[in-house]
Design a protein around this ligand. Structure first.
Ligand SMILES: [Zn+2]
Length: 257
């Protein structure tokens, strides 16, 4: 009997009939009732579509809100998760040096020009800013910040350096602006031209000028310790700026002219 009731208890009329049975209703406490219907089952039936025929297939319930949010964009600039480990480590070191920068989207072309993870450098340290909005690789930015720390520290205490003026940074071109020549490191955001610097008192020191020659010489010598290439006054085409780059050569051969 109990088994029979249990089998039929799914139907509401039978449950109601049991209630009328009086003493037999004691069964009702022990009769397993079906679980409450899940909410989605109580949702209204899908409306017939516009053609008038009822939708044959029930529609799935709406997706919960968290699933309808946009997917993360792995290529978004600054998305640390999308960066190679080496690049992430470089940016960490750059932050340690006190430099400030903005990650930029990849530069891709024209031709073989470009850089996968360029940065726009804003400051070289907590005390030295950089003008010219240079677009550089992290390795070059790190070298500039290191030069700032080690080299600019060679400035006499009464002539602290406040900012460094970058002329050209990223530019898709051949060496020495020769279209037929091998691409310059500028074409890979891996080279910068330094036009000069400004002391804290506001005095500008253009590279190659007759102002503060000892300081200019000290800075140039300090640069040779961190950059792979240092060219400046005395080197053809570099009378009024320093060219620094991080060109990788066999055996880490460096050029300091
Ligand atoms: Zn250059």
């Amino acid at each position: 009997m109990k088994g029979v009731i249990a089998r039929h208890a799914k139907t509401a009329p039978l449950v109601a009939a049991l209630a009328i049975l009086g003493p037999a209703a004691a069964f009702a406490d022990t009769v397993p009732l079906p679980p409450p219907r899940p909410p989605e089952v109580t949702q209204p039936e899908p409306e017939p579509d516009k053609t008038g025929s009822p939708a044959a297939v029930p529609l799935p319930p709406p997706r919960p809100p968290e699933l309808t949010q946009p997917e993360p964009q792995p290529d978004k600039p600054g998305d640390a998760a999308a960066l190679p480990e080496e690049e992430r480590a470089c940016r960490d070191r750059l932050v340690q040096l006190g430099a400030q920068f903005t990650p930029l989207p990849a530069i891709d072309g024209p031709g073989t020009c470009g850089a996968p993870h360029p940065l726009q450098l804003k400051t070289l340290s907590s005390t030295v800013t950089v003008s010219g909005q240079p677009v550089v690789t992290c390795r070059l930015a790190e070298a500039l910040a290191t030069w700032s720390r080690d080299g600019l520290a060679t400035a006499p205490p009464d002539k602290p350096i406040a900012s460094v003026a970058v002329g050209t940074s990223y530019e898709c071109r051949g060496r020495n602006h020769d279209a037929g020549a091998q691409l310059s490191e500028h074409a890979f955001a891996n080279g910068v031209d330094i036009a000069g610097f400004t002391l804290k008192d506001g005095r500008g020191i253009p590279v190659g000028s007759d102002r503060e020659p000892a300081l200019q010489q000290a800075l140039r010598e300090a640069a040779c310790k961190v950059f792979a290439t240092v060219l400046g006054p005395g080197s053809p085409g570099h009378g009024e700026h320093w060219h620094f780059d991080m060109r990788q050569r066999r055996n880490d051969y460096r050029i300091c002219q």
